[in-house]
Design a protein around this ligand. Sequence first.
Ligand code: HEM
Ligand code: HEM
Length: 228
Amino acid sequence: MALAVPALPFTFVTHGIAVLGLILVLVWTIHFRGGLAWDSENKNLIFNIHPVLMLVGFIILGGEAIISYKSLPYTKETKKLIHLVVHGVALVLGIIGIYTAFKFHNESGIANLYSLHSWLGIGIIVLYAIQWIYGFLVFFYPGGTRSLRGESLPWHVVFGITVFLLAVGNAVVGLLEKLTFLENSGLAKYGSEAFLVNFTGIVAVLFGVFVILSVLSESGAPVEYTAI
Ligand code: HEM
Ligand code: HEM
C-alpha cells in the first residue's frame, strides 16, 4: 500500500525535525541539566546520557534507517547495507542508553524496573534486537530463500514500524516522567525548561509521523516487494 505522492519531500521534513530534536535534547541536558558524564559524583549527569542516546540513537537513527530506502539515491543493495548498519548503530546506542539508566539507578541507590516506562523500554529493546537479527539473517546473511524473503518482508515492515512507533511513544512517556519528577522537586510548571521538555516530546511525535508518511509514500524507484 502506498500513498500516491512521492516520499522524498517527506524525508526532507523528517531530516529537519531530526536536527531540531537533536538540538532540543542537547540544550536540555547540557544547558539546563548540567551536562553529560559517564562517571561523576553528580549522578544526574550520568542519567542525562539516557535521554540523549535514546533520542539520538533509537529514535533519530532508527527513523533515518527506516526512511533510508526512500531518502537515498543509491542502489537497492547499498541502501540495504546502510539500513542494516544504521539500525545496528541505533540498537547499540539504545543498549548503552538503557545501561546508563541502570547505572544511574544503581549508583544512586534507586530501585530498577519499577515504572511502566522501564517495562515498555525493556520490551521495545528486545523486540528491536529480534527485528534486527531476523532482518540480518533473512535479508542479508546467510539470506533466506526467495519465497521466505517475499513472505517475510510485509511482516518485517509492519513489525519494524510498530517497534519504532512504540519507541517514540516510550520516549514521550520518559520525558513526561522525568519532567514530573523535576516539577515535584520544584521546577516551574510554566518555566522555559518545562516548555522545552514538552516541545521535545512534540518534536519526537512529529518525527514519528513523518517517518511513517515517508514509508507509506512512493519511492522514486518502483518498490519491489518480492525481488529483494
Ligand atoms: C525509546 C526510548 C527509551 C527507552 C527504550 C527507555 C528505556 C528505559 C529503561 C529500560 C529504564 C529502566 C532503567 C532501570 O530500571 O534502572 C529507563 C529509565 C528511565 N528513563 Fe528511559 N527510555 C527511553 C527514553 C527515555 C527518554 C527520552 C527519557 C527522558 C528523560 C527517559 C527517562 C527515563 C527516566 C526518568 C528513567 C528512570 C525512572 C524509570 O526507571 O522509569 N527515557 N528507561
Ligand atoms: C530493528 C531493525 C530494523 C527495523 C526497525 C526495520 C524496519 C524496516 C521498515 C519499516 C521497512 C520499510 C521501509 C519502506 O518500505 O520504506 C524496512 C524495509 C526493509 N528492511 Fe528493515 N528494519 C530493520 C532491520 C533490517 C535488517 C538488519 C535488514 C537486513 C538487510 C533489513 C532489510 C530490509 C529490507 C530488504 C527492506 C525492504 C526494502 C524495500 O522496500 O525494498 N532490515 N525495514
